[in-house]
Design a protein around this ligand. Sequence first.
Ligand code: ADP
Length: 485
Amino acid sequence: MTIHAKLKEIRTDIYIDGSWRPAKDGRTLPTFDPATGQELARVAVASAADVADAVDAARRAVKGAWRRMLPAERGRILMKAAGIIRRDSTKLSTVESLDSGKPLRESKGDVETTARYFEYYAGAVDKIQGDSLPLGIDNVGMTVVEPLGVTAHIIPWNYPLATTARGIAPALAAGCTAIVKPAEETPLTALMLAEILEEAGLPPGVYNVVPGPGEETGATLVAHPDVAHVTFTGSVETGRIVMKSAADHIASVTLELGGKSPLVVLDDADLDAAVEGALKAIYTNAGQVCAAGSRLVVEQGIAEAMMARLRQAAAGIKHGRGLDDAPMGPVASEVQLSRISGMVESARKRGVEVLVGGNAVKPEGLEGGWYYAPTILKCDDANDAIVKDEVFGPVLTVQVARDADHALELANGTDFGLVAAIYTADITKAMRFMRDIEAGQVFINHFFSSIEVPFGGVKHSGFGRERGLEALRAYSRVKGVTVRI
Ligand code: ADP
């Protein structure tokens, strides 16, 4: 089947209460292929009236069908969804690569991660339990764990499907219902997930999708008084707006706001492993990763060797379409490309040294598209904006540290604190770094996160934890019960 035939099969309407429908006011927005700049599809824009209907459906489902179903049965539906996601992996990954531009192998990885989220939380549904509390012989005390209610999920464009699953799988497992507002740049796979969940047996209203612009559809959803919790992944500025709006109706929030994550390499590190880790940390998904290792902090004895190896590897990375599984795909949008170019250009003007890259790229044989060269910048000023601000592109900064203590100081030197990595053979140095680094997750001698391990930030990277059993807490509340006997 051709790609265009495949695209025609995808539903581009709003999904509410188990049904598809166009926007009440009939509006649509285009979504583009970042590899070529061509329009891929037009997707409905959910109006305030559509959002209200979605919240209403989710509210009815959370009190009705989803609540009444036995936990084991809810778990079976989530497990079945994992199987269908794997069965449909080719279709899902193809569309994800088309819509986001990411290389096919990465989209396939995202689809597998998506299946794992459903599998993992499917197994947890019938193990969510409270405690018995010691109140003496004449009293019984217990906690009852309840779902929070209707949850809203505001999704970014860098991991459209996997981020949707990261939020909704634990939310549904906890007994909540969900409304997803995908990013306007990449709405297609969240819509495809609706059909999958329906096939798996999810009752109407448990999963709803309201595509549209963030400032309009997203803002309306977050502000809805019946939304009990908002899970937001995106920029710090938008996170602030979301948190303020949720505060108006006392909804809880999980904020995952990106980072400027350090990857520290000490002199005694395994150089091959550190180089491999650093390349993966910054060039996966063309650097458009909240947890990208975008700051290399390297101890002076190994700095020259590390920079030489990285420079050579970066210069050899070829660009192409995500669908052709190119080593590096395009960045997600024209806006993103000019943002990256602008940030690097200003850094260059301030005297930051460009070791490699530093320019937009036109891959051979491709018309249009938004590509940026793998870039490495050497920054001696720890306060330079390019060291402090998130670029969200294939741009690595390098800072040279005098010793392990200085490396830690540099690593902690931004407002962010999402993940941090250290490469060293010295267990004491590694564990001191683990203790003192301001980050939500620490990698020692690797750069890889897994769905079983809680993920989230400190400082401006946000708060609340996703993944692992921790994520269930965000979607649950505890009722204390005491009985005099
Ligand atoms: P970016 O600028 O990189 O797209 P954002 O943080 O603005 O990052 O976007 C992340 C998600 O937040 C997207 O789904 C976007 O539509 C949504 N969004 C943007 N503004 C708002 C808002 N005011 N309220 C709710 N969601 C929003």
